[in-house]
Structure formats: structure tokens, C-alpha cells
Design a protein around this ligand. Structure first.
Ligand SMILES: Cc1ncc(COP(=O)(O)O)c(C=O)c1O
Length: 495
């Protein structure tokens, strides 16, 4: 065992930290004490364990993920980020922001106010930051997550899977890193296809065996999941080399491409099956804030009064849920802000991957929603939680209604669909058409209307699929109406 100890004396504080490196690789602990005020400001522990076990579940990380170790430099950045300005650090290799050409920024928000990134904030926005995310954004989001989902894991010990979070560059980055951590070649992975093509793009190269659980307009069908799982004995779940699926992926609200939303009962049944067969649930929920059922109160704490089905995270007594959230649909898709929430040992491992890849989500991006005319944390503070989201919901609800009216007007005789209760997509089955691929990619273009052929959302994209995905997010009511008129013509011609 090696002890590396550093001490730095400065006028305001005495900083000491000890890095303990063991040849056995576990644990690598890092301790920082500020003893000027005799307060231990920070105690961070990085586990370098090849396994995650809490309650019953045992997940053996896959070779690449298991081999990841904390990047010492990133760990120091994390500590520095949480330290008072009086800390003198000669540790990091950060460039001097005084040499950067950008000085300040002013962003006008709708409503007229300007968010001003003054010089000090700009310097921070242009600098490296910690891999978990900048503390203000992270703690804002943790509070929101607790208000919205009240996860049982909040009060657990870290080893038992206490709720932890990190910021990611969009939820896509979180998903990709979660899959890399958990899914090995040959593993059985459960999901309800059709599903988000970005998930298929991340999962398929891992060489896993994707098992399709049937779904309908209410999402994954628990009875089908039960039938699939009956192939295995739950007692085998923890046996080495067992082929029992270890991971289930689903989009619980406003599914992409189906628009399907799961009911509370279905989620409870799926969670019970996860407990029985001991698998993790990856809850990919970027459309959570685009649920169309009217919310009567903007008080986030009125959890039980919301008409929205509880999330898997809110049911997670076993620490078996990894949830991905996104700001892409409510704040900006280009800023690229997403979040991973889940058991601490798993989120830590996602962060180890971030340390070794992007290092962190753009600091500028993270600082932007926290910037304000008066004080930081402003854009989010001024329009807390629901006030911000409700406006977005109103817009998409009205767009959805517009699309449904135009569908009724033009497509009633030639297609079928279910009204989505969330999200931005209408999933349309074309009558008398076996496969929409050719129809869309060739003939639709001639008629100047474009939709996504359904096949791309299937595990085997070359299987014939009679569906198309229509997005109601971007087009005007007139464009939607005209597009469906053209689509109706197209289908009639092809029938
Ligand atoms: C179901 C689903 N998951 C994840 C993503 C990725 O979103 P983000 O912009 O947060 O990376 C999308 C994007 O459309 C999506 O539809």
C-alpha cells in the first residue's frame, strides 16, 4: 500500500489530502480536510470494485467498465470545484482563462430579460469542471428529482445503492455509457421494440441478444415479459454464467417512436418481475415533462396529486433502476444536458467513463441555465419546475391535437393510430401497406412529404413494417394538415 500525502499552506486555509493507492486496487480513497475552520468539507470515496451488489442484485461489471479507475486529475478537479476561492491549487493542468478571447456573454430570454454571464462567471464557464457536473446544477437537479419522484433510495447508504446523479451530454451519453457498463457480448437484454433508434445504435454493436417484449399503446406488456422470463429459473439469476437477462430497457412516457405511455399498474408488474428475476431497469424518460394530462398544481411537493403515473425510480426499493432524464425537450436540445440517476456505485462507474472520455459536459452549457440577471441559478430559479414545463406541455398538447384532427380528416380510411398521451410522435399504421420503407424513401419524397419508416425502430430494421412515425413537434398546423393530405394520396396510390 502506498500513501501519497500532499499539504499546501495558504493564508486562508490548510489543505491536506491523502491518496491511498493499494496494489489490490480497492478501495482508492481520497480524503480532503479543510481544517482552518475544523470542518471536514469533503470526503469522497471512489470504489474500484468489479461488482455492484445491493439487496439481492449482483451486477458484475463488464471487463472494460470493471477496469476503469478514477482519473487522479479528474478527482482533483472535483475537489477543487467544491472548494472555496481561497484554495490555492497548483494541482490542475487547467489553462489560464485570462488568455481566452471570450470575455462576457449576454443571453436574452423570452420575456425580455437578459442573462448576463459576467467576467468571473464567463471564466468559469470556459474552464474545465468536475465530471459529475457543476455542483449548482447537480444539486438543483437532485432536489428536483427528489420532489418529483421521492426515490426510496434517497435515504440508503452508498453501498446499498443510495440515489446518486451525474450530468451527461444529453441523455444519449448516459444511455451509451450505461450500456457499455452493463451489457456484454452474448448477454440477453430485454426491451420493447419498436424503440428509439439511438438505443439500438448503442446496444447492437455490443453483440448482445436483444429480446423483444411485446407492447401496445400502453407500452410494454407485463404478461409478455412474464412469458419470456419463464424460460429461466429465477434461482439461476445469480449463478455465474447464467443467461437470465440482467437488463431491461424501456421508454415509459411518450415512447419514441410509438408515443406509448405505461400505466402505473404495468410499471408495478414490471418492477415485480425485475425483483423476481433480479434484473436492472433502465428507465429512459426524456418525454417525462411532455405528459399531456393536466397538472393542477405547480407545487412540486404535491407528488401524489399529479395525474402522471409514478416512475420506476419512485418505486425503486431495491436500487435496481437507472434513470436517464433530458433537458433536450424543455430547455434546449443543442445545449446537450442530460442526467443519470441511480444507485451510487453504478453512477460512479458511469462517471469513471466520463472521466476517461468527455471529462465533463461542457461547463458553458451547464452554467447557461444557471446564469441570471441578479444572481446565479436564475433561469431555473425564476421558472421553477412546473411553471417552466407547463408552457412546454401546453404547446405540445396543442400540436398533438392538431395532428390528431388532421389525421382524422385525411387518414381515417387508410391508416390507424392511438392518440399519444405524451411526447412528440404519432405512430401510424398504414392500411394495405406491408412495408413503409420504399414508400417513404422513394415515393414520399416525390410527393414532398417526409416521415420516418417504422422499420428503423425495430431490432431487425429490414423486417417489413407497416408503420410510419410522424413528429408533431416542429411543423405548423397548416404544414401538418398538408403533409397528411399528401400522405393520404400516397397511400391511396400505393394500395
Ligand atoms: C427515447 C429517447 N431517449 C434518448 C434520447 C436522446 O436525447 P438527448 O437529446 O437527451 O440525448 C432521445 C432523443 O430523441 C429519445 O427519443
Amino acid at each position: 500500500m502506498r500513501f501519497l500525502s500532499f499539504q499546501s499552506d495558504c493564508s486562508d486555509c490548510l489543505v491536506s489530502f491523502i491518496i491511498i493507492i493499494t496494489p489490490l486496487k480497492t478501495p482508492l480513497g481520497l480524503l480532503l480536510n479543510y481544517d482552518r475552520n475544523s470542518i471536514a468539507i469533503q470526503f469522497m470515496e471512489f470504489y474500484n470494485k468489479p461488482q455492484y451488489r445491493c439487496t439481492k442484485i449482483k451486477i458484475t461489471f463488464l471487463s472494460v467498465s470493471a477496469a476503469r479507475k478514477p482519473s487522479p486529475i479528474r478527482v482533483l478537479t472535483e475537489l477543487q470545484q467544491r472548494s472555496p476561492p481561497s484554495l490555492i491549487s497548483l494541482a490542475g493542468g487547467s489553462p489560464n482563462p485570462n488568455t481566452f478571447p471570450f470575455q462576457s456573454a449576454s443571453i436574452k430570454v423570452k420575456g425580455g430579460e437578459a442573462l448576463v454571464m459576467d467576467e468571473p462567471l464567463m471564466k468559469r464557464a470556459l474552464q474545465y469542471s468536475g465530471s459529475y457536473g457543476i455542483p449548482e446544477l447537480l444539486s438543483w437537479m437532485k432536489d428536483l428529482q427528489k420532489s418529483l419522484h421521492n426515490p426510496p433510495t434517497t435515504g440508503y447508504s452508498p453501498e446499498r445503492g443510495q440515489m446518486e446523479m451525474c450530468v451527461t451530454t444529453g441523455s444519449q451519453e448516459g444511455l451509451c455509457k450505461i450500456f457499455e457498463m452493463l451489457v456484454n457480448s452474448g448477454d440477453n437484454v430485454l426491451l420493447d421494440a419498436p424503440t428509439y433508434s439511438g438505443t439500438l445504435a448503442a446496444l447492437q454493436p455490443l453483440g448482445c441478444n436483444l429480446i423483444n417484449v411485446a407492447s401496445d399503446q400502453h407500452g410494454m406488456i407485463p404478461a409478455d415479459l412474464r412469458k419470456i422470463l419463464e424460460r429461466w429459473d429465477p434461482a439461476d439469476a445469480q449463478k455465474p454464467g447464467s443467461s437470465v437477462p440482467r437488463v431491461l430497457y424501456t421508454i415509459p412516457n411518450g415512447g419514441n417512436p410509438t408515443g406509448a405511455s405505461m400505466t402505473c399498474e404495468r410499471k408495478q408488474e414490471v418492477y415485480e418481475l425485475a425483483r423476481k428475476y433480479d434484473f436492472l431497469i433502465i428507465e429512459d424518460d426524456p418525454y417525462y415533462f411532455l405528459q399531456f394530462q393536466k397538472v393542477s398544481s405547480s407545487d412540486l411537493s404535491l407528488y401524489s396529486q399529479r395525474p402522471w403515473a409514478p416512475t420506476f425510480l419512485s418505486m425503486d426499493v431495491d436500487s435496481r433502476v437507472l434513470r436517464t432524464d433530458s433537458f433536450s425537450k424543455i430547455l434546449s436540445s443543442g445545449l446537450r444536458i442530460g442526467f443519470v440517476t441511480g444507485p451510487k456505485p453504478l453512477v460512479e462507474r458511469v462517471v469513471l467513463h466520463i472521466q476517461a472520455s468527455t471529462m465533463h459536459t461542457s461547463t458553458f452549457t451547464q452554467v447557461t441555465p444557471l446564469t441570471g440577471p441578479v444572481h446565479p441559478v436564475s433561469l431555473l430559479k425564476q421558472q421553477p419546475g412546473f411553471l417552466l414545463f407547463l408552457r412546454v406541455i401546453e404547446f405540445y398538447r396543442s400540436q398533438r391535437n392538431t395532428m390528431l384532427s388532421s389525421a382524422d380528416k385525411w387518414l381515417k380510411d387508410v391508416a390507424e393510430w392511438h392518440p399519444p398521451m405524451a411526447g412528440m410522435f404519432l405512430w401510424i399504421k398504414l392500411k394495405g401497406i406491408k412495408d413503409t420503407q420504399q414508400l417513404i424513401m422513394e415515393r414520399a419524397l416525390e410527393k414532398e412529404v417526409l416521415l420516418v419508416p417504422g422499420g428503423v425502430f425495430h431490432i431487425n430494421s429490414s423486417d417489413p413494417c407497416p408503420y410510419v412515425r410522424a413528429a408533431f413537434s416542429l411543423s405548423t398546423p397548416q404544414q401538418i394538415d398538408e403533409a397528411f393530405r399528401r400522405l393520404a394520396d400516397l397511400i391511396k396510390d400505393a394500395m
